[in-house]
Design a protein around this ligand. Structure first.
Ligand SMILES: N=C(N)NCCCC[C@H](N)C(=O)O
Ligand SMILES: O=C(O)CCC(=O)C(=O)O
Ligand SMILES: [Fe+2]
Length: 330
């Protein structure tokens, strides 16, 4: 449950990563300390920074740089990988094409999703079937992103083991039927600076991405340095900034983890406003349950939150498809 947090905690997860595969991890003092911090962050803010995450800073930066290079290309070039429903909603969307609560967002993006084998999930999987559309220019784009996705997937799985312990569960609570074949989403997002976004040089607040919650389990945000644009809403409705901190990812809880935790973890509302004059890039990696996972509150979480089940069962793929099908003006 969200509180009136005023800042977002930073957690050094190195001790968790050192022991993530150790059968006795729950007894390790270093792991216990990380778990304690995750527990507090998930309950109070639904947002935290991780440091000591082990993904090389050079790669983290390169992923943003190459994304800048793509968005710098002429519009016609970017349209070569235009997102369509027929392409499983994969590809490039122009500024204003994504809508949040009925309002066009001032961002452009490339959306990528884990590729689903044709027919694998029947009618449930159909809307998301398709191949990711990677640009040929800049060269090396696909290879770089695929290695990044692989590292983000592993990192997220390990953080989820810490969160599982924080909730009082077993380390592998989010594996198997729930997340053993985790779906993922990656959005490469570009937010024009103020002057280019509204055509005038006034410091008007263009909404880069309207207030929303994320859909799955855990999000890893890799944002440009030097621009503060991501804001997180606390219980009394204040917007708390999540400024970039080099060497960290901003992490936040998604809707599916809120259900699994019976509301012990919050999927906190957040939005993006790029008030700077500079173009801002963010690479958001979303770690999700299995595509066909039927998600419902864990017994241990129901017990810990007073015994009442607060959420009905939800199928992750249905939740995703309902969002994706209403997110775009196409
Ligand atoms: N896959 C995720 N989480 N994407 C986040 C995008 C949020 C904006 C979207 N228009 C919405 O209203 O949800
Ligand atoms: O740009 C950001 O910092 C966050 C973007 C975001 O919240 C999202 O894509 O879900
Ligand atoms: Fe988000």
């Amino acid at each position: 449950m969200a509180t009136d947090f005023k800042s977002i905690p930073i957690i050094d997860i190195a001790p968790l990563l050192a022991k993530w595969d150790d059968p006795k991890m729950a007894q390790d003092p270093g792991v216990c300390e990380v778990v304690k911090q995750l527990d507090q962050a998930c309950r109070e803010a639904g947002f935290f920074y991780v440091k000591g995450h082990g993904i090389p800073e050079t790669l983290v930066k390169e992923v943003r740089n190459i994304t800048h290079k793509f968005f710098d290309l002429p519009y016609e070039e970017k349209l070569k990988i235009k997102m369509t429903a027929a392409a499983g909603y994969r590809g490039y969307q122009r500024v204003g094409e994504n809508i949040t609560k009925g309002v066009p967002d001032m961002h452009e993006a490339i959306d990528c999703y884990k590729e689903l084998k044709q027919g694998m999930y029947g009618a449930l999987g159909k809307p998301m079937e398709g191949c990711n559309q990677w640009p040929h220019n800049p060269p090396n784009f696909k290879e770089l992103m695929e290695s990044y996705i692989s590292l983000c997937t592993d990192l997220s799985r390990k953080i989820m083991r810490g969160i599982a312990l924080a909730l009082g569960g077993l380390p592998d609570e989010f594996e198997g039927e729930r997340g053993g074949d985790a779906f993922w989403v990656m959005r490469l997002i570009g937010y024009p600076g103020v002057s280019t976004a509204n055509g005038k040089c006034t410091p008007e607040n263009d909404i880069g991405c309207g207030a929303h919650t994320d859909y799955g389990l855990l999000t890893l945000v890799n944002q440009d340095e030097d621009i503060t644009a991501l804001q997180v809403r606390n219980l009394s409705g204040e917007w708390i900034s999540a400024p970039p901190i080099p060497g960290t990812f901003v992490c936040n809880i998604g809707d599916m983890l809120k259900i699994l935790s019976n509301g012990l973890c919050e999927s906190t509302l957040h939005r993006v406003i790029n008030n700077s004059l500079t173009y801002r890039v963010c690479v958001a990696f979303f770690y999700e349950p299995n595509y066909d996972a039927a998600v419902e509150p864990l017994e241990v979480c129901v017990r810990r939150s007073g015994g009442t089940r607060r959420f009905e069962k939800a199928v992750y793929g249905e939740h995703l498809v309902s969002k994706v099908q209403t997110n775009f003006v196409m």
